[in-house]
Write a protein that binds this ligand. Structure first.
Ligand SMILES: *[C@@H]1O[C@H](CO)[C@@H](O)[C@H](O)[C@H]1NC(C)=O
Ligand SMILES: *[C@@H]1O[C@H](CO)[C@@H](O)[C@H](O)[C@H]1NC(C)=O
Ligand SMILES: *[C@@H]1O[C@H](CO)[C@@H](O)[C@H](O)[C@H]1NC(C)=O
Ligand SMILES: CC(=O)N[C@H]1CO[C@H](CO)[C@@H](O)[C@@H]1O
Length: 455
């Protein structure tokens, strides 16, 4: 019987598990929605329950031949727990396939909005190239420290939800965190792979809660008992960041860039091995550098405006039509808009689609310009909107930057892109590079591939 790698992605809206064969083929996939779960604070019990339901859907005969378990998940968030009580509870549980965590806090996710910009600017300056936002683990811990210090006293360990799953599977009494997740918490220096412990200590931060750092791609333990058929003693990798795993799943050559357009849009490529990021945060830059593997970095332009802009356009048209007494379903509307815009090959109408602003420039909102009497058809408007989405991401990551870094190919991914031929045409026009589609980015697959490549 061949061996498999189990890849698990603990996402914000769903949990996904895949079984990857030795030749990197995905042989089984299961996904469980976290429907209805609140976005800002999530109950880890519901997440672990979804994880267990997901594993129960995978073929048990294949799970019995799993040789490695790889975890990834939503970055930035923080969960607190107390290993002693929790471990006793877990280890004494009669059927760990259906274990439900107690003695943990809620998971405060990346979408949590408790830290105002005033609060964030009252915190010390991190010694890192990455800044701090609300929803980042260290910002949330600072918030508890100021608003509810007795809450923190109840816990001795903190980590992301995917780190918690690793501790649970391996029965660890600490949290082991990779630089990928640590960087997403803030106050972590990726050049030294150390927390800004002195800065944090001086500000009264409970540094005892900081996880121990281990390299991305490392194994940190072994399953402490059989779990849904996965044998006891199976090595488990330290949890990785979902963004890095998503990139890893489709970037097959160092000269590839990944353009992912789903709800939002990202353009990413790997920097040359000798690249070092700046020493301080650059809030006005449209490009961020995320730690990847073996001290390399990803260069990322992350736009808030992607498929959600097209969805807003469709919703607006639907609302207008309703006011006018007509109705059309969303899918029918998309199909017709794409049809109109395919017949309108170019347009001199200009749409700047940043209706949500951008992180580096939050107040620069959308605009429509160069309107004339003859370029107002739906075909013109939809064509111009699609071109605007692509131009915006290109303005954040200019083509010359890709070329300087030796990027030779763009891998197109994401549902908004693969389902919309007009958007694909605009991507192919905007980049003087080969554009290929097919390998869709998938974090659970990426996590499994990381461990498979290190066997
Ligand atoms: C801390 O734990 C105790 C005992 O479990 C509990 O009664 C109390 O409410 C907790 N405090 C906070 C602030 O969560
Ligand atoms: C693609 O977009 C999805 C959804 O926004 C995100 O989870 C994933 O990390 C992105 N992947 C890449 C490679 O940009
Ligand atoms: C505006 O439209 C005119 C007429 O079609 C065209 O010549 C011009 O290049 C357009 N300007 C911009 C900024 O797109
Ligand atoms: C592409 C296209 O049809 N552009 C038209 C937009 O409007 C101007 C001004 O009326 C026309 O000259 C263009 O032909």
């Amino acid at each position: 019987m061949p061996k498999f790698i189990l890849g698990i992605d603990v996402g914000t809206t769903s949990v996904k598990a895949v079984l990857l064969a030795a030749d990197s083929r995905t042989v089984a996939v299961a996904s469980c929605s976290l429907f209805g779960i609140q976005a800002k604070e999530q109950d880890p019990g519901l997440i672990i329950n979804a994880l267990n339901r997901c594993l129960a859907q995978l073929p048990r005969d294949k799970l019995q031949h799993v040789s490695r378990v790889a975890l990834t998940g939503q970055m930035h968030g923080v969960l607190f727990w107390t290993p002693v009580e929790w471990l006793l509870n877990y280890l004494s549980h009669s059927n760990r396939d259906f274990f439900t965590p107690r003695d943990t806090s809620q998971l405060v996710t990346w979408q949590d909005g408790r830290c105002s910009s005033d609060f964030l600017s009252s915190l010390p300056k991190p010694e890192s190239h990455l800044g701090l936002s609300t929803g980042f683990g260290c910002a949330t811990i600072f918030w508890y420290m100021k608003h509810s210090p007795e809450f923190l006293e109840n816990f001795t360990v903190a980590g992301t939800i995917q780190d918690y799953v690793v501790s649970m599977l391996c029965g660890l009494d600490t949290c082991m965190m990779t630089p990928q997740n640590a960087a997403s918490w803030g106050f972590f220096n990726t050049a030294t792979n150390l927390w800004n412990e002195n800065i944090l200590k001086a500000a009264g931060f409970p540094v005892r809660l900081l996880p121990r750092c281990v390299p991305s791609g490392a194994l940190v333990g072994q399953t402490c008992s059989a779990w849904h058929g996965v044998p006891a003693g199976t090595p488990v990798g330290a949890a990785l960041g979902d963004f890095q795993c998503s990139v890893y799943s489709c970037m097959s050559a160092p000269a590839d860039a990944v353009l992912n357009i789903s709800t939002s849009a990202q353009l990413t490529f790997a920097m040359p091995a000798d690249f070092e990021p700046p020493d301080s945060p650059q809030p006005e830059s449209s490009i961020s550098y995320f730690p990847y593997f073996d001290s390399s970095y990803l260069s990322v332009a992350a736009s808030l405006n992607g498929g959600n802009v097209l969805a807003t356009f469709v919703d607006t048209l639907t609302a207008w039509m309703k006011e006018l007494g007509a109705e059309l379903s969303d899918s029918c509307m998309y199909e017709k808009l794409i049809g109109c815009a395919l017949n309108q090959e170019t347009s001199d109408l200009t749409v700047s689609p940043t209706i949500l602003g951008e992180r580096h420039n939050p107040l620069c909102l959308g605009q429509v310009s160069n309107i004339s009497t003859s370029n107002l058809s739906l075909g013109h408007v939809f064509r111009a909107l699609c071109r605007g989405i692509v131009s915006n991401i290109v303005s954040m990551m200019p083509v010359e930057r890709l070329q300087q870094a030796g990027v030779g190919r763009i891998l197109g991914s994401g549902s908004a892109l693969t389902r919309n031929e007009v958007l694909r045409q605009e991507v192919e026009r905007a980049f003087p590079l080969e554009v290929v589609y097919g390998q869709n980015a998938d974090s659970a697959v990426g996590a499994a591939m990381v461990l498979s490549d290190r066997l």
